[in-house]
Design a protein around this ligand. Structure first.
Ligand code: RAT
Ligand code: ZN
Length: 422
């Protein structure tokens, strides 16, 4: 057998390099982002100023700059980016994960971060056209496709969907329903004005009409799953409208269409409204609510990500109990190297390869160029460590098996979960 054969047993001392190569080369399906195909126009963000104005960096700039919230929000996009650049990159070292990410993007594009020259970097981005640049980013990041976040309650997005656009197949739709579950007082009149016979207290035909609304949007969007982000006090069962809407509308419709329901749990919205999109925080949730949903609705499949570090272990344990539960990603405040490493190690130890290790949550196209390389480095380090432990027992491992495992983590587990969609 040749030295390069994928069927050859990998010697212990080669495991690190082999796993690193496979993890770096395997294309990924990014199963939760806020990216959009070109058909969505300015809803889809890309380019340097948008990168710098990412809300993760906005939260950080106020820690360093004396600027007031009012002054910052009064500025245009370019001036905001200049303020953040000056404060977080020129006057301080960009040590945080979000600031480091900008440097990785520049590096991936062949620019030299040591120049520290915002003008020169901007000149590069000004020459790009969105379509070719999108191809380049997908290719460099080795991302096969991305899953969008599509909000039927957002007027700008709604307008796009109503035109029944032909969507770039690299961008997969997701029906996101936070307002339906969490802001019923605002959503009910909106649905009523669109011709659905819904009532404030869910009386009469309301539940059937909400199901009809979901069906209509499933027909329109052809989503790969339904999704909501939920607060830490989310419970099930509970005597609330949101619990009835989940049990009597969302889950039956998901079952009917073979669609998973994704729950991202643990966000405490707007603890500081002055920060706008950057103003949300986190809280610990009760995992037994997830267990009761998985146990009570065995015909539904759930994708779940938790925002609090304290919930990560319990999520793994819940997934050991319920085969219809798929843990995914290291979400938002969890998406930092030290925490990704800890969560990934914990998941391998409790679940083998039966989880989805990461999603990017990118809001700006170019972020794929840092979020994936940063995560790939950590995933490959942890995976190599775990394989090395196996080989030290006398177990043998081939490159073909490493490829199989990584393919499952980066695409297969998600593809299986959405396989019976529609
Ligand atoms: O990570 C983020 O960008 C958050 O603001 C949220 O968008 C979160 O990921 C969500 O999907 O609600
Ligand atoms: Zn998100």
């Amino acid at each position: 057998m040749s030295i390069d054969s994928p069927k050859r047993d990998i010697p212990l001392e080669e495991i690190g390099a082999t796993v690193e190569r496979v993890v770096q080369e395997t294309p990924v399906v990014d199963m939760h982002t806020h990216l959009y195909g070109e058909e969505f126009g300015s809803i889809g963000l890309w380019g340097l100023d948008q990168l710098i104005n990412y809300h993760y960096l906005i939260a950080e700039v106020f820690r360093f700059s004396p600027i007031s919230y009012r002054e910052f929000w009064a500025m245009d996009t370019a001036a905001q980016a200049e303020t953040i650049w000056k404060s977080l990159f020129e006057q301080n070292s960009p040590l945080s994960e979000a600031t480091r990410g900008i440097l990785t993007v520049l590096q991936q594009l062949g620019l030299d971060p040591s120049r520290r020259d915002l003008k020169a970097f901007r000149a590069y981005f000004a020459q790009q056209n969105r379509s070719d640049y999108t191809d380049q980013v997908f290719k460099l990041a080795k991302v096969k496709s991305v899953v969008m976040t599509n909000d039927p309650f957002d007027p700008a997005e709604r307008a796009v969907w109503m035109k029944a656009p032909e969507i770039d197949p690299r961008f997969k739709p997701v029906l996101r329903i936070d307002p339906l579950l969490l802001k019923w007082e605002e959503t009910q009149p909106q649905l009523a004005s669109c011709g659905y016979a819904v009532e404030r207290g869910l009386e009469g035909r309301t539940l059937a009409e909400v199901r009809r609304f979901l069906e209509d949007w499933i027909k329109r969007m052809r989503p790969v799953y339904l999704a909501a982000s939920l607060p830490p006090d989310f419970n099930f069962p509970e005597p609330t409208l949101r619990a009835r809407l989940v049990a009597d509308c969302v889950l039956p419709v998901c079952r009917e269409h073979g669609l998973p329901f994704s729950m991202m749990i643990g966000v405490r919205k707007q603890v500081n409204p002055e920060l706008r999109l950057a103003g949300d925080s986190l809280g610990m949730a009760d995992m037994s609510a997830v267990e009761r949903l998985c146990g009570g609705f065995p015909q539904n499949r759930f994708l779940v990500s938790m925002l609090a570090r304290e919930n990560q272990h319990a999520l793994c344990v819940a997934a050991r109990k319920f085969k219809n539960l798929m843990p995914f990603g290291c979400w938002w405040f969890m998406n930092n190297p030290s925490i990704i490493e800890e969560i990934t190690r914990e998941r391998f130890e409790l679940l083998g390869t039966s989880f989805i290790p990461q999603h990017s949550d990118a809001r700006v196209l170019d972020q794929l160029l840092y979020k994936w390389p940063h995560s790939r480095t950590i995933i490959s380090r942890v995976l190599a460590e775990k394989y090395s432990d196996l080989v030290q027992t006398g177990w043998q491992l081939t490159e073909a098996e490493v490829c199989r495992d990584v393919q499952r983590l980066f695409e297969g587990n998600f593809a299986d979960w959405i396989a019976s969609a529609h």
